[in-house]
Design a protein around this ligand. Sequence first.
Ligand code: SF4
Length: 382
Amino acid sequence: MAVLELTGILDRALQGEPLSPEEGLRLAQGPPEELPALLEAAAELRDRGHARRVRFSRSLFLPLTNLCRNRCAYCGFRREPGQPGQHTMTFEEVRRDCRRAFRAGCTEALFCLGDRPESRWPSHLETLRRLGVDSTAEQVAAACRIALEEGLLPHTNAGALTREELARLKPLNASMGLMLESASPLPAHDGCPDKAPQVRLRVLREAGELRIPFTSGLLLGIGETPRQRVEALAILRDLHREFGHIQEVILQNFRPDKSLPHPPGVGPGLEEMARTMAVARLMLGAAFNLQAPPNLNPQGLGLLLRAGLNDFGGVSSLTPDHINPEAPWPQVGDLARVCAEEGLHLVERLPVHPKFLDRPGFLVPEIRRRAEEISFRTGGTR
Ligand code: SF4
């Protein structure tokens, strides 16, 4: 009976029918012996949608500030004013790093920062004013302009921005992002105003209304249940159906870091990651871009490729992953080799996925022109 049920669900997914959260949950909670069939179906769907190509972008990671008004239980990035390691980048540092990255062949300036720190620490406003701006959103806009001047395409992750801030940053970005993480309230997000599910969903919806190519995804292993995972995947799929703006879904595995006093979980093991990737592929369908950070899964890249992954996201040869500094980036040559072992081709992309370059309303003409220029310069990255 269980085998029949599995076959029926996989057949529906392979025919392009949307699976319900109940069906996703059935796949997520199936016995270990079902895993090979799940992986096979997920890889087949990925191959139909992506012609055996796996993409990545050459990225520069710019942590504009590690102050943040939230207090996520799993965060090793956040610092408070005066703590060792607290830093807000100057615009000179942004320009210097962008120049270096341009010379090294990067195309993406990835801006990551804490949420709206000035609302928690008024003293941070003085820092911002010394930089010549009045808010974190203005700081991000100025940094994006510098990246564009230096020949890179910005991708901004600046937390739960307002609709007005999203609209202001759209003409300065090739794409933007906000991890949904979870669509359910979790203890790991106690004391985090910007992690309330309704706030994340508001941002994702407004990004769609504003036609911003948008990256989102789930953070796995922070205390969520399998049901909450599949419900969050269904929500991302439905938002994309409505607005067509989700350019990729990241499945990011939480990795406890020794410095965390009370980690909210242990993070998923490799098999759980692979099963979740396969369920995501089967729920989201052939065309979605599905990503897992390669530096957080160094031993599992082949298995994740077999589970339907088609994107490695931004990979930096110059800067560490400041959110997970203990996890070094792999070499591009190593990624290419793992892909080849699975019969797949690694292909470089811009920070915006190719399908958005010609889609009306998504990129302002200036960003599209720069994307075409960079594509030409780097030998057809699109
Ligand atoms: S919002 Fe991001 S930077 Fe802020 S505490 Fe949470 S994980 Fe850390």
